[in-house]
Design a protein around this ligand. Structure first.
Ligand code: F6P
Length: 323
């Protein structure tokens, strides 16, 4: 790989709290090593259309505590086409982007892999609230999102108890139940449904609610991953069958915003610095991630082949602890 003198950075896909800390780390680490950091706005679309600028150290002051991404983000269909990809490569050459850091989810990494194949050394940093990228134990934004969901469910629980209601709370996660499982344990939910595990038969859910009532339980909190769906139908069925008033809350985009937690800021800072150090050392085509709680890097092609291991045993834990 040729020596690198400038590094582009972009955020792609859904935003996640902590992306700004990663951008800051990329920019300042690059400057520390005498490299020129180049900001690319609105993900791959900005790369294709030349929406780029030189980042200075002070441009990333006061951004770490903010949610969202100062570079903005997009899901770019044009980039998924061959001409779009070629335009991105030409544009990177034209604007002197020697190496690229992509902060995003696994969809964004497939783009990073394609750029790498066409000769642009690219490093990926996992940024998505879903924590659903198999090669890494952690993705930037997950901790903030589960804490946001936890706060919301704690509040819903207060009112659920007062009214002796069942509340179904739908959390984000795309096709993954990681957010749902962790939040269910942290909030003492009575049930948790995720896409990775077959949905239990409705009668068993009804039995659990009726049994809970007998044990003098004052509410029944169900955490439902968005990938399962069917919240409204489930609520109607529970209400009809048990007589327990049942409400649905979809937490939605609030889980994607807000000031990042310490964990998200620290992980993002470490991974941002690591990405730049790899490129500086002439190493491209890697993804940075967390393994055994430490930052590591892995070949981009190999990483994208790894299958998700789901800790769905934690669902049983949530249920056991909610008696
Ligand atoms: O990947 C993050 C995420 O928030 C998912 O949990 C959700 O399914 C999706 O993005 C929503 O995407 P969009 O911003 O395109 O509506």
């Amino acid at each position: 790989m040729d020596k690198i003198s400038s590094i582009g950075v972009l955020t792609s896909g859904g935003d996640a709290p902590g992306m700004n800390a990663a951008i800051r780390a990329v920019v300042r680490t690059a400057i520390f090593y005498g490299l020129k950091p180049i900001g690319i706005r609105k993900g791959y679309a900005g790369l294709i259309h030349g929406d780029v600028f030189e980042f200075k150290a002070r441009d990333v002051s006061d951004i770490m505590q903010r949610g969202g991404t100062v570079l903005q983000t997009a899901r770019c269909m044009e980039f998924k086409t061959k001409p779009g990809l070629e335009k991105a490569i030409d544009s990177a050459k034209y604007f002197g982007v020697d190496g690229l850091v992509v902060i995003g989810g696994d969809g964004s990494f497939r783009g990073a892999r394609d750029l790498s194949s066409l000769g642009l050394p690219t490093i990926g940093i996992p940024g998505t609230i879903d924590n659903d990228i198999p090669y890494t134990e952690y993705t930037i934004g997950f901790d903030t999102a589960i804490n946001t969901a936890k706060d919301a469910i704690d509040k819903i629980r207060d009112t659920a108890t007062s009214h002796e209601r069942c509340n179904i709370i739908e959390v984000m996660g795309h096709h993954s139940g990681q957010i749902a499982i962790n939040v269910a344990i942290a909030t003492g939910a009575e049930a948790c449904f995720v896409p990775e595990r077959p949905m239990p038969e409705m009668p068993s859910i009804i039995d659990a609610i009726l049994e809970g009532k007998k044990r003098n339980k004052k509410h029944f909190i169900i955490v439902l991953a968005e990938g399962v769906g069917g919240a409204a139908e489930m609520a109607a069925h529970i209400e009809q069958t048990t007589g327990m008033e049942t409400k649905v809350n979809t937490l939605g985009y609030m889980q994607r915003g807000g000031s990042p937690t310490v964990r998200d800021r620290c992980m993002a800072s470490e991974m941002g610095a690591k990405a730049v150090e790899l490129l500086k050392d002439g190493i491209g085509n890697r993804l940075v991630g967390i393994k055994d709680d430490r930052v590591y890097d892995i070949d981009i092609f190999e990483a994208l082949e790894i299958q998700q291991q789901v800790r769905d045993d934690l669902i049983d834990l949530a249920i056991m602890l909610s008696i």
